[in-house]
Design a protein around this ligand. Structure first.
Ligand code: ADP
Ligand code: MG
Length: 224
């Protein structure tokens, strides 16, 4: 058993910029333990979303390896990536990305039906444990921004993934709601012993994470 929930080794990623190659990630390594809540900060365009996409098995690096639990992603064929994503990763986006025509309960059931870890958590239990049971039959259009983002967090934990990835989850919320959302990510990460990695611009929520890294000029530097 690997001691880390996710492990990146010497990741390199370049994009073509006209004729030239632009190196966005230059030998980035990162280990995150189960139960650890990590923030990644850095200027706009520094490669934070690129790094998160690589961790989420949405984008392949040019060099380097990714290990999620005991699965070495780099050794798997691309067609197996969908399964890895479905079973091992929970995504939280800047905008909740809930489906407008499904109730909260239906959104979570959909994720559950696609997952092999079906029996792990019941939709009702998860909503209850997150204090969201009163929203079970609501549609997104009838909920506030903070409520929608909290449902999106519930959805990310629904398939019992090892790794939670959040790209600027507070960007569309005010300070108070933003803090509640990050507190909820922290609480669930600890309770369920998952690894969470959050990209954020929001200095106010940094006191809620265990570890902070800054991504700048292609390198990841630990700040806390
Ligand atoms: P951040 O999330 O930190 O703002 P991104 O990872 O989105 O940064 O982007 C990092 C750099 O890579 C930027 O210069 C961006 O323009 C470039 N980039 C991102 N995605 C692509 C792509 N698909 N093709 C070419 N360049 C890209
Ligand atoms: Mg980004």
């Amino acid at each position: 058993m690997n001691e880390y929930a996710i492990q990146l080794k010497n990741i390199v990623k370049c994009y073509k910029d006209g004729e030239q190659d632009h190196t966005v990630l230059n030998n980035v390594s990162l280990n995150v333990e189960p139960g650890e809540f990590v923030a990644i900060v850095g200027p706009s365009g520094s490669g934070k979303s690129t790094l998160l996409s690589i961790m989420g098995v949405l984008l392949s690096p040019d060099q380097g390896t990714i290990q999620i639990g005991d699965t070495c992603v780099s050794e798997k064929k691309q067609k197996e990536w969908t399964d890895i994503r479905r079973e091992q990763i929970g995504f939280i986006f800047q905008n909740h990305q809930l489906l407008p025509f499904l109730t909260v309960e239906e959104q979570l059931k959909l994720v559950q039906n696609m997952s092999k870890n079906k029996e792990e958590i019941s939709v009702k239990q998860l909503l209850e444990s997150l204090g969201l049971d009163e929203l079970a039959n609501k549609y997104p259009s009838k909920m506030s921004g903070g409520q929608k983002q909290r449902v999106a967090i519930a959805r990310a934990f629904m398939n019992d993934p090892q790794v939670i990835l959040a790209d600027e989850p507070t960007a569309s919320l005010d300070g108070e709601r933003g803090r509640q959302v990050v507190e909820m990510i922290r609480h669930e990460t600890k309770k369920r012993n998952k690894a969470a990695i959050m990209v954020t611009h929001d200095e106010r929520v940094l006191e809620l994470v265990d570890t902070i890294y800054r991504l700048e000029n292609g390198s990841l530097v630990r700040e806390k």
